[in-house]
Design a protein around this ligand. Structure first.
Ligand SMILES: Cc1cc2nc3c(=O)[nH]c(=O)nc-3n(C[C@H](O)[C@H](O)[C@H](O)COP(=O)(O)O)c2cc1C
Length: 246
């Protein structure tokens, strides 16, 4: 029982059906200097049991997993949109999780490219020890990723760009996953959705669609008459619900 790996698994399981490296766990392992071992174990688990990593255990282990990334530094329109979209996706049977970058410790990519070891099958090991350590397995386990951003100078926000840069540790393994985009700005979202499409194309991901809207003050977006309907349509493209009764 003193084996730290056994302890991690017991701790994670007891804490509510998650097999995730909480920050407590990561620091615990760093003290042993075996964070690399942890990452390898984590990726092995992902390979053999894709349903367990980062998401609540699904009974049937076959529901679609969608991860949403909110790139606004405030609790505002972007967050409202991603929550609304994933709420509908969840009603359609998907397992969903929203990551609020404003609450996370995601440092800037240092450009060392040490993460490229292993080539296209790179393990998702970044030298920076922050919240991305727990995000990589979630992205790899997801069937679809939704990027949501406020329009900043008609581009995606710095918070979200920084996040995308850090995916250099896994990007070749995102190939084939679905991806969609949300953007909100006061007068025009400009290139923000095109920024997402460029990322999707480089990663060979499947572009599903986008919703853009104009709003300035926090939650102003909720007053837009068409927004809920448009988000619902995008959710249906992400998770087609079976109305046939079969
Ligand atoms: C740094 C910064 C740059 C912005 N640039 C633009 C812009 O180029 N065009 C625009 O229409 N709105 C711009 N805005 C306004 C925001 O896009 C708008 O307030 C949006 O609703 C913010 O989304 P949020 O509530 O999710 O944070 C900018 C806001 C900030 C803080």
């Amino acid at each position: 029982m003193n084996n730290p790996i056994t302890n991690l698994i017991i701790h994670s399981t007891v804490q509510g059906n998650y097999l995730s490296t909480s920050r407590f766990d990561m620091h615990f392992f760093h003290n042993y200097g075996i964070d690399k071992i942890l990452s390898v174990i984590y990726n092995t688990a992902l390979e053999y049991f894709p349903c367990i990593t980062g998401f609540k255990l699904s009974k049937e282990c076959n529901s679609m997993k969608i991860i949403g990334i909110s790139g606004s530094p405030r609790k505002g329109n972007t967050e409202w949109m991603i929550n609304k979209l994933l709420e509908v996706a969840e009603q359609n049977g998907a397992e969903v999780e929203v990551l609020l970058l404003r609450k996370m410790d995601v440092q800037m990519c240092r450009g060392c490219l040490a993460c490229e070891e292993g080539g296209r099958q790179r393990k998702g090991i970044c030298r920076i020890k922050d919240d991305m350590n727990t995000v990589y397995p979630k992205l790899l386990a997801a069937d679809a990723i939704v990027l949501a951003t406020p329009g900043y100078f008609e581009m995606l926000s710095g918070l979200l760009k920084n996040f995308l840069d850090r995916t250099v540790a896994i990007w070749p393994r995102l190939e084939g996953k679905k991806i969609a985009g949300l953007a909100v700005a006061e007068e025009g979202t400009g290139q923000a959705i095109q920024n997402f499409k460029t990322y999707a194309s480089l990663c060979k991901m499947q572009w599903v669609g986008s919703v853009t809207v104009l709003a300035k003050t926090p939650n102003e977006v909720a007053r837009n008459k068409t927004i809920e309907q448009r988000l619902k349509r995008l959710a249906q493209k992400l998770v087609p619900n079976d109305d046939s009764g079969n």
